[in-house]
Design a protein around this ligand. Structure first.
Ligand SMILES: Cc1cc2nc3c(=O)[nH]c(=O)nc-3n(C[C@H](O)[C@H](O)[C@H](O)COP(=O)(O)O)c2cc1C
Length: 403
């Protein structure tokens, strides 16, 4: 009799466990099916790029929006990335005959129409149905470089085709699987990508409170890191980072360098000594960034560390800069503080959500006009003139005084 009851109990437990798994599975499927990214393609009107965030919040589903907009923990670094620009003034010059400034520049031998490129960002599909293919088309239209994330939601081939031969860089999160690393770098090379961006500031994911609160899981596939279909769908960012390498050093850069003929850009530098290490290990460019405040909360604003790094690099390699760029004065200040080009992350995704590729073109048209206006008012005819412009820190910190 006792045995019989134990069996009944065991079967009940098994049935409830099975029922629970089925319930979770169906809920997850329902969640995924519910995810509907915007589909419209249109130009957008922009007065202030900062406003794109709240406009995007009304069209991107909540989990996806928070994943994009959010930073680590209490988002101090995220906020500071933008507010620190207010601590620096541009000392304008006059009587220089500036007329219709020339925004063109080049980086690693690639000519671009303005000193602004697209930062690599995961899963553009969260913001628009066209995903990275839409962004790639916009980059080609405005004649700039798109850096494509390893964690893109479109297959690399589709993004390359949508770019129609426009310059693209491939951003690599190194996998623990050596064969996978070689395969994806070779694929990027074959598709005509012009550089490998090795991100080194994400040995693990930052602690993103918003994603934790939303229990955010990628509702879409990340096809370039999935071994088979369905692998990455429904996973959180920590699970995805778990497949990536968790430790980087001098020889990591050498390892990637040995895999390809393409230039290597090391992304996520925040200290002059690390810039030295990257360059000594073979980096062809460095990318000053704190990942848009998504990794270490409490790290300084990216613009605060730029002048010291630029002084140390001393033009040995180009410097790409990101985190917090939202308008022409930010672009101007970053270049005057030592960057060669700047990259933008979130604003591109917001613009994509509001108008697909045409929305992103509107954003770049806006930035071109805005930078041109700032250059005219500050007395800079060329990008080189911006580099020669004096900045004046408002704060009294020693670090700031070195600008
Ligand atoms: C939604 C999102 C996803 C990102 N994914 C990646 C990524 O896959 N690889 C990477 O190197 N950086 C990634 N980043 C960081 C960006 O490349 C860039 O450093 C950052 O967005 C710049 O800050 P901004 O958004 O203030 O312009 C991501 C940023 C965002 C907002």
């Amino acid at each position: 009799m006792k045995k019989f009851f134990l069996w009944v109990l065991f079967i009940c437990l098994l049935a409830s466990a099975f029922g629970y798994i089925l319930y979770r599975y169906n809920r997850m499927r329902a969640e995924n099916q519910k995810y509907s990214a915007p589909t419209n393609i249109n130009s957008i009107e922009i007065i202030d790029v900062n406003e794109l965030e709240s406009r995007a919040a009304s069209v991107i589903p909540r989990g996806g929006f928070d994943y994009i907009a959010g930073g680590a923990e209490t988002e101090q670094t995220l906020r500071r990335n933008i507010s620190a620009f207010d601590e620096i003034d541009i000392v304008p010059r006059v009587l220089r005959g500036v007329d219709k400034p020339d925004l063109r520049t080049s980086v690693l031998g690639i000519d671009i129409s303005l000193p602004v490129i697209i930062a690599p960002a995961a899963a553009h599909g969260l913001a628009h149905i066209s995903a990275e293919a839409g962004t790639a088309r916009a980059a080609a239209e405005v004649d700039t470089i798109m850096a494509i994330s390893n964690y893109a939601s479109s297959p690399l081939r589709d993004i390359a085709i949508a770019g129609g031969g426009a310059p693209q860089w491939f951003q690599l999160y190194l996998s623990k699987d050596d064969e996978f690393n070689r395969e994806i770098v070779q694929q990027a090379e074959k598709l005509g990508m012009r550089a490998i961006v090795l991100t080194v500031d994400a040995p693990i994911g930052g602690n993103r409170f918003r994603d934790a609160r939303n229990n955010f899981k990628f509702p879409l596939e990340l096809p370039n890191v999935a071994k088979k279909s369905g692998d990455t769908k429904g996973q959180g960012i920590s699970a995805i980072f778990a497949a990536a390498q968790n430790s980087f050093a001098f020889d990591t850069v050498q390892y990637v360098k040995s895999m390809t003929r393409l230039p290597i850009i090391v992304k996520g530098i925040q200290h002059p000594d690390d810039a030295d290490v990257a360059i000594a290990a073979g980096a062809d460019a460095i990318w000053v960034s704190n990942h848009g405040g998504r990794q270490l909360d409490g790290a300084p604003a990216s613009i605060e560390v730029l002048p010291e790094i630029a002084a140390r690099v001393n033009k040995r390699v180009p410097i790409i800069f990101d985190s917090g760029i939202r308008n022409g004065t930010h672009i101007f200040k970053a270049i005057a503080a030592g960057a060669d080009v700047v990259a933008i992350g979130r604003p591109v995704i917001y613009a994509l959500s509001l108008g697909g590729w045409m929305g992103v073109v509107s954003l770049f048209d806006y930035l071109k006009q805005d930078l041109s206006r700032v250059m005219t008012l500050a007395g800079a005819q060329t990008i080189q003139d911006i580099k020669n412009t004096q900045l004046r820190p408002k704060c009294m910190l020693v670090r700031c005084a070195e600008l």
